[in-house]
Design a protein around this ligand. Sequence first.
Ligand code: NAD
Length: 478
Amino acid sequence: MTTEIYGNLINGEWDTSGPKLANVNPSDTSDIVGHLANATKNQVDDAIAAARAAQPAWEAVKLEEKKNMLHAIGQELIDRCDEIGTLLSREEGKPFSEGRGETFRAGEFYQYYAAECLRQIGESAASVRPGINIDISREAIGVVGLITPWNFPIAIAAWKMGPALAYGNTIVLKPSEVTPATAHLLAEVLNKHLPKGVFNMVQGGGEVGAALSAGKIDGVSFTGSVATGRKIAQAAIQNMTRIQCEMGSKNPILIMDNADMDIAVAQSIHGAFGASGQKCTASSRLIVHENIHDEFVEKLTKAAEAKKVGHALAEGTELGPIVSENQMNKILGYMELAKEEGGELITGGARLERETEGYYLPPTIYTNTKNDMRVNREEIFGPMTCIQKVSSYEEGLTITNDTDFGLAASIITSNLKQAENFKRKARYGSVLVNLATAGLDYHVPFGGRNASSYGPREQGMHAKDFYTIMKTAYTNPG
Ligand code: NAD
C-alpha cells in the first residue's frame, strides 16, 4: 500500500503544494494512508474561477453527450468498486462489503442522472391575455460548492454531483479532511471524463469549507452536522447564495406489541449498528411496547453480541472501527453520560482491543432511558442505541415526534391501521414500515424536517429544485 499526496484539482490540473495533513487508517493507526494538501484561500478562489469560466460551455453541451459522460463516470465507478471500495474502507473504517457497496451505489447515482439529462422537460401555460404564449423552463444555477462529510465519502459526493452536472452546473467539491483518498480517486475519474474546469476539488478542513461557502458561488449544498450547517448558511446568505443543508438526526424505531419479533430485531440491529452507527439515518432511539420489551431486549442483545467487530478489511468483519480518535472519544463520552443519566447498560459500553491498534467500539445498548435524556436528544453517531418503554401506540407516536430533528422514523407493526396512521402522523422526511430508518433508495427524494434539513430535497428528480432556477418566457407571436 502506498502513501500518496492528495492534491487540489483546479481547471483539470493537480496542485499538491500547501501544508500536508496525515490521513490515518482507523483500523490500524500505524498505517498512514496518505497526506492531503490543505488548500489555501487563493486556491479556493482559483477553483471557483475555473468553474465559473467552464460553466456556459458545460450548460451548452448536447444532452446526449452529457448523458454519455455521466454514464461513463458511473460505469467506471461500478467497474472499479473493489479497488475504490478497498481504499474507502481503509481510510474510513467501514467493512469492505459496505465500502464496495457504497462505491457501486455512487456509480448508480451517476447513471440515474445520466438518464435525467434527457428528462429536462418544461411546461407551458395559457396566458390571461389573449394571443400570448407562456413557456416555463429551468436553467442551471451556475457554480455550486459541494461540502461533504466523511461517513459516505463517495455516495454523498455522487448524489450531489450527479444532478449538479446533469442540469448544467459546474462544481467545486470540498470533501471531508478525514476521507481525502476516496475523494482523490473519485476526482481522478471525473477529471478523465469531463471537460477541464467543470469539476474542481479543494482538499482541507473547516477553514477551506468556510472559504468556499463565503465565495462567489451560486449555490452551496452541504451535508454534515447541524453546527456546521448553521455556519455555512450564515456565510452563504451574505452573498444571497442558494443553500441546501442535510444534517443529523435522532431516528426512532417504534416497536409495537403486535410486531413480528424477527423483523423487529433484525431491523433494529441493521439500523442501529450498520456502518457502526455512523449514519445520519441510524436508529438511535428504540421505542418499545412494554408487553414485548423484555423479550425484545433479550433477543436484541444476543444479536448485538454476535456481531463481529474488527479491521475493516478483514474477512467476516461486520462492524469496523470508528472513523477517528475524536469521534470515538465523543461516543465514549455519550456511553458514560447514558449511565449518569440513569440508563441501564445491557451490552457494550467500552473500547475494544484488536490485533492492530484502532478505534474499536462494540454494539452498545442501554435500556430504561427517557426521551428527555441527552442521549435521546443529541446525535451520538456511533454504535449505540437507547431503549425506551411505552404502554401504547399513542405514547410511542408522541415520543417519536418529540425531537429537534426529523430525518427518518420507522414503525414495526402488523397492524395496518397503526402503519397507515404512523405514515401520516410521524413528522419526518422519510417514514418506514417494518424496515429500519437506515437504508434508503436512490431515485426518490431524501431529506428531513426541523434541524435535519434546510432547503429543497436531494436525490431523484426533485434534486432539480436545488440545482436549477426557473424562467418564465412570454411571447406575443403577433
Ligand atoms: P461536519 O459538520 O464536521 O463536517 C462536514 C463537512 O463540513 C466537512 O467537509 C468539513 O470539513 C466541513 N466544515 C467544517 N466546518 C466548516 C465550516 N465552518 N464551513 C464550511 N465547511 C465546514 O460533519 P462530519 O463529522 O463530517 O459528518 C457527520 C455529520 O454529517 C453527522 O451530523 C451526520 O448526521 C451528518 N450527515 C447527514 C446526512 C444527511 O443526508 N442528512 C448524511 C450523512 C451525514
